[in-house]
Design a protein around this ligand. Structure first.
Ligand code: ARG
Length: 559
C-alpha cells in the first residue's frame, strides 16, 4: 500500500490537488515526531494562513483509523504516526509476493517513450565522456519499462560528416585492410588522428571529394564507410553488453539524409527560413537565442537539420508520449533551438521533447583532457575498475569461489553507480578508490549488504513467514519504511529523469538494514521476532536487487 497516497486521499485542502499534497508529504528525519509529515508552510501563501494555523486545522479534521494511529500538529507540520504492525505486514506481504516485480507498475501502459542515448560517433573514441549518457539513458530505459511504458532506445549514431571523407582518404593512403580489421576502432581512430596531424590542402580537398562520393552513393566509398561503421558498432556493442545496455534502433544521423528535404520544404512554406550570408537559418532572436542554422551557404545540412528530421520521424514512427535526449549540458542551446523551431513549425508535440542534460565526468588525475590529445577510453576505465575490484576481493576473501565473476559484477557496478549516484546535472570527478569503497555510498556497499542478507538466509533452514500481529521495534521499522518507499522512488526517478534517486534509495535502505543487522539478532532471535527478521531480510535483499537491476547492476551471491 502506498502510504503517501493513502494520507493524501484523506487530507482535504481546498484549492490543492491530491497529487500536490502527495508530493509534499515527506519522511521526517526523526521518527519520534511521526512517520510521515506534511510541511504546511508550502500552502501558507495560497491559503493566506500561517503554517501553524493550517496544521492545527487539518489536525482537527483528520480522523485516525487502523492505519494511521496518531495525528499531531507541531510547528506548522502535520505529523502522522502509522500503525507499525499494519504497515510492516502489508509491505512485507507485498514484497514477498511481488518479488522481482516489487516497485513495478502499469502507469505507462499504452504510452511510448523514446530515449536517445549514448549516441556514439562512428570511428571516434568511445570515451569516458560517454559514460553518463550511456548509463543514465540505460537506467531510464529500464525504469520506464518497469513502469509499464513501451520504450524505444535509440542510438543516434554520429555517422554523418566530412570526417568520413578524411577517414577514407587516410585509409587509402596509409591503411591496411587486415590491420584495420584486427585493430578495429583503435586502428580507425589512429588513421583519423594521423590525417588531422598531417593533412595539407590537397589532402583536405581529397577528403571533401570522398565525402561527396559517400553522399552521392558511390559504391566503393560507401562500402568503406559501412565497414568503419561495423567495426565501431561491434566494438561498442561489447561494452554495452557488459553494462547491460540495449537499443532498439541504431538509426543515426545518416539515416536522415533523405528525410531532411521535406522538413526544409515545410520550414520554407511556413516562412520560417531566412537567408543570412548565403546560409539558410531560422531566426530565434526574439526568443533570446542565436539563429538555428539549417543549411550552410554551400547547401550542406547541419547537425540541427538532422535532429529536426529525426524528431519528426520519431513522432511519425513511434507516436511517442515523450522523447528524451540524454545529452551533455554543453548541447543545451542546440536542443533549445531545435525544440523551438519545431514549436514554430506548429508541432504541438514539441512540448514532449525533453533534453535530459547531465554534467561532465573527469578523472581524478585530470587525465581527460582532449586538448592534450589524451583521451580516456571508457573501456580502460571499465577494465581498471574490474581489475581493482578483483584485487580487493582477493584480499578480503581469498577463498571465495568464482572471484572473477564477482569482480566483474563489482567492478562494472562501480563504474555505473559512480556515474549515477549524483544528481545528473553535477560535474563529477571519477575516483577509482571512491567508487570501489566498501564503506562509502557505493554499489559495492549495496552489493555487500545483499551478500550479507544472502548469507543470513542461507543459514536459516525455514522458509520465511510473516508473523501475525507483530509490532516492529525502531530499527526494524526504519527498514520497513525505507522498503515502503521504493515504488514511489521509482516513479519519482522516471518523472524527474533521475536514476540517482534509485541509487540513493539503495544506499539508504542498505544503511538502515545494516543498522538493524548490527543492533538486532536475527538467527539467534526466537519465535515471531526471528520469523519477522528473516522476512525483513528477504524483503530487503529483493528490493535492493530490484533497485540495482534498474540501474543495470548485477548482484553476486557472495562477496
Ligand atoms: N553524437 C552526438 C555527440 O557525441 C550526440 C548525439 C545526441 N543525440 C541527438 N539526437 N543529437 O555529441
Amino acid at each position: 500500500m502506498d502510504y503517501k497516497k493513502y494520507l493524501a486521499q484523506k487530507i482535504k485542502i481546498d484549492g490543492i490537488s491530491e497529487d500536490e499534497i502527495c508530493a509534499t508529504i515527506a519522511l521526517p528525519p526523526n521518527s519520534e515526531m511521526g512517520d510521515y509529515a506534511l510541511p504546511c508552510f508550502k500552502f501558507a501563501k495560497i491559503l493566506r494562513k500561517s503554517p501553524v494555523a493550517i496544521a492545527e486545522e487539518l489536525k482537527n479534521t483528520y480522523i485516525t483509523d487502523d492505519i494511521i494511529s496518531e495525528v499531531s500538529a507541531i510547528n506548522g507540520y502535520l505529523n502522522f504516526k502509522v500503525n507499525k504492525g499494519g504497515l510492516a505486514d502489508s509491505v512485507l506481504k507485498r514484497i514477498l509476493s511481488d518479488g522481482e516485480g516489487y516497485g513495478s507498475s502499469d502507469i505507462g501502459s499504452g504510452k511510448t517513450i523514446c530515449i536517445d542515448y549514448s549516441s556514439v560517433n562512428v570511428a571516434k573514441p568511445f570515451h569516458i565522456g560517454h559514460l553518463s549518457t550511456t548509463v543514465i539513458g540505460g537506467a531510464l530505459y529500464k525504469i520506464y519499462k518497469f513502469l509499464g511504458y513501451n520504450v524505444v532506445g535509440i542510438n543516434h549514431l554520429g555517422d554523418y560528416g566530412t570526417q568520413f571523407g578524411k577517414l577514407i582518404s587516410a585509409y587509402k593512403r596509409w591503411g591496411d585492410r587486415e590491420q584495420v580489421q584486427k585493430g578495429g576502432i583503435h586502428a580507425i581512430n589512429d588513421l583519423y588522428v594521423r590525417f588531422n596531424n598531417e593533412a595539407d590542402e590537397q589532402m583536405e580537398s581529397e577528403a571533401r571529394e570522398y565525402f561527396r562520393l559517400i553522399e552521392s552513393g558511390d559504391k566503393q566509398a560507401n562500402e568503406l564507410f559501412e565497414w568503419f561503421k561495423e567495426l565501431t558498432l561491434s566494438y561498442v556493442k561489447e561494452i554495452y553488453k557488459k553494462l547491460n545496455i540495449t537499443f532498439d534502433s541504431y538509426a543515426g544521423e545518416r539515416f536522415y539524409t533523405d528525410k531532411m528535404q521535406p522538413v526544409i520544404d515545410e520550414l520554407r512554406k511556413k516562412n520560417l527560413l531566412v537567408e543570412s550570408d548565403g546560409a539558410q537559418i531560422v531566426d530565434l532572436e526574439q526568443y533570446g537565442m542565436s539563429p538555428c542554422l539549417i543549411l550552410r551557404s554551400d547547401g550542406a545540412s547541419l547537425y540541427a537539420t538532422r535532429d529536426l528530421a529525426a524528431a519528426c520521424y520519431r513522432k511519425k514512427t513511434y507516436d511517442f508520449h515523450k522523447c528524451l535526449y540524454v545529452v551533455a549540458y554543453q548541447q543545451n542551446l542546440h536542443f533549445k533551438q531545435v525544440f523551438k523551431v519545431l514549436e514554430l513549425m506548429g508541432k504541438e508535440w514539441a512540448k514532449d521533447l525533453v533534453h535530459v542534460a547531465y554534467g561532465m565526468v573527469s578523472l581524478e588525475d585530470g587525465a581527460m583532457s582532449t586538448r592534450k590529445g589524451k583521451v580516456v577510453w571508457l573501456e580502460e576505465v571499465i577494465n581498471k575498475c574490474v581489475e581493482k575490484a578483483y584485487a580487493i576481493i582477493d584480499e578480503k576473501n581469498p577463498d571465495l569461489e568464482n572471484k572473477e565473476n564477482t569482480a566483474n559484477l563489482v567492478g562494472l557496478g562501480a563504474v555505473i553507480f559512480g556515474a549515477l549516484y549524483n544528481n545528473k546535472i553535477k560535474d563529477i570527478v571519477f575516483s577509482y578508490d571512491k567508487v570501489l569503497s566498501f564503506e562509502g555510498e557505493t554499489s559495492v556497499y549495496v552489493q555487500y549488504t545483499c551478500a550479507r542478507a544472502n548469507s543470513v538466509l542461507a543459514k536459516s533452514d525455514k522458509e520465511e513467514t510473516i508473523p501475525k500481529n507483530y509490532t516492529p521495534n525502531a530499527q526494524e521499522f526504519e527498514v520497513i519504511k525505507a522498503l515502503a518507499a521504493f515504488p514511489e522512488t521509482v516513479k519519482d526517478a522516471a518523472e524527474k529523469y533521475e536514476p540517482s534517486y534509485i541509487a540513493r534509495f539503495a544506499v539508504d535502505l542498505a544503511q538502515k538494514y545494516n543498522k538493524f543487522y548490527i543492533d538486532c539478532k536475527i538467527l539467534a532471535a526466537e519465535g515471531d521476532a526471528k520469523a519477522f527478521r528473516l522476512a525483513l531480510t528477504r524483503a530487503t535483499l529483493q528490493t535492493l536487487k530490484n533497485a540495482l537491476t534498474l540501474l543495470g547492476i548485477g548482484v553476486p551471491e557472495k562477496m
